[in-house]
Design a protein around this ligand. Structure first.
Ligand SMILES: Nc1ncnc2c1ncn2[C@@H]1O[C@H](COP(=O)(O)OP(=O)(O)OP(=O)(O)O)[C@@H](O)[C@H]1O
Ligand SMILES: [Mg+2]
Length: 368
């Protein structure tokens, strides 16, 4: 479901932008501060209802404007977002206000690779868990409601833990529910993870020789035991720390080389390539399982990967039949790895002072 038209007004330095992207590959180049990342952000906003740079929408409104708007049209849906400086955001899909942001995400699945994504391996479990949950959300219809119920239950349990003198007996019904929902989420995650793992490892094997690389899902508790019993056993510890230390919310993807954590032995370049493989595996499994296409945003690839790794990355992306937006400062560095993709529809846009112009001549020809 590629975006056919994107209209953006008063979004950071993008005052009025109207682009008709290629359903295939879109290369956006321009100087620092010209508005490249802002354009990717506007597409991300259409999918997630927030930016990848900030959880607040207000900083996205142009500093001299009273509201921003983003409108995106794909063959499947039209999505419109308005955010006034004072007041709440309005999200519409096909002209109707939506009840939950999940509707946006379902209408326009978007994945992003940027400098933050490259911290996926060395960072904490939250981002890796979110990576898997994005996939599970899209491929397992029951996941979202189960996750919402489990999160509500967890919040209630944590609030009770912080109150004094509540005996364990009063926790028991909550724990039973939390344990049941955690197990359901674990089953959903496990199913999607098995497919994800196979695709991820085959991608990596194809291009990088990393001996004894393993990737495993940890569900957030010792699954040889029963979570209900574990919650009871750890009740005193949880009470002392004021939050629940075991359950679905502690799941993680462990990436190791032999017995070492990946970040302890791999070079920065290898780690970055692994991160790309994680995101592209997510994209591939999503497309295979749902039969839909997703949109891939890649911010400033040339500054993140050297030429060899960029070419590998471009080869991977080329296997995906999805719409891609890639940014970079230098048009030649950006275009070079795409030069061999003769069968792809590549559009080049020049971003300058918040204006975006489609270049008729393909910048690729300059590289020949
Ligand atoms: N709310 C805002 N109102 C007006 N301008 C803003 C706002 N927020 C950010 N900007 C400006 O918008 C410009 C575009 O930023 P953006 O991050 O999109 O640039 P970029 O092309 O990705 O640059 P780089 O190559 O350095 O990553 C910057 O000059 C930034 O200072
Ligand atoms: Mg940028």
């Amino acid at each position: 479901m590629p975006i056919q038209r994107l209209l953006v007004t008063q979004f950071r330095n993008l005052l009025q932008v109207d682009v008709q992207p290629s359903p295939d590959i879109n290369l956006l180049y321009g100087q620092n501060g010209s508005g490249k990342t802002s354009l990717l952000e506007s597409v991300y906003l259409l999918s997630l209802g927030r930016s990848f740079r900030s959880h607040k929408i207000k900083p996205l409104i142009n500093e001299s404007a009273s509201e921003l708007t983003v409108f995106g049209k794909s063959s499947a849906a039209s999505i419109g977002i308005t955010r006034p400086r004072r007041g709440d955001s309005q999200f519409k899909v096909n002209g109707s206000r939506i009840a939950s942001l999940a509707e946006l995400t379902r209408s326009l699945p978007v994945l992003v690779i940027n400098s933050d994504t490259f911290r996926l391996i060395e960072g904490g479990p939250k981002e890796r868990r979110q990576l898997l949950d994005w996939l599970v959300f899209h491929v397992e219809p029951g996941f979202f409601i189960t996750w919402k119920n489990a999160s509500r239950c967890l919040k209630q349990r944590n609030a009770m833990l912080r109150r004094d003198r509540i005996p364990y007996a009063e926790f028991h019904p909550w724990d039973r529910e939390l344990a049941g929902l955690s197990q359901l989420l674990a089953d959903y995650r496990c199913c999607a993870f098995d497919q994800f793992k196979a695709v991820f490892l085959s991608l990596v094997e194809e291009f990088v020789q990393i001996e004894s690389l393993t990737v495993e899902l940890e569900q957030g508790w010792d699954t040889t035991g029963n979570l209900l019993d574990i919650l009871e056993q750890h009740f005193d510890r949880d009470k002392k720390q004021g939050f629940t230390g075991t359950g679905f919310h502690r799941a993680d993807i462990k990436i190791k080389v032999g017995s070492h954590k990946a970040e302890e032995v791999l070079s920065r370049g290898q780690q970055k390539l692994l991160v790309c493989a994680l995101i592209l595996a997510q994209c591939m499994v999503f497309q295979q399982t749902s039969g839909k296409n997703c949109i891939l945003l890649v911010d400033d690839l040339p500054s993140e990967l050297d030429d060899k790794y960029q070419t590998l990355m471009v080869n991977w992306i080329n296997k995906l039949n999805c719409q891609v937006f890639v940014t970079g400062v230098d048009v030649l560095a950006l275009s070079e790895p795409w030069g061999k993709m003769v069968d792809r529809d590549i559009k080049v846009f020049h971003v300058e002072h918040g204006e975006i112009k489609h270049e008729e001549r393909l910048a690729l020809s300059e590289t020949e």
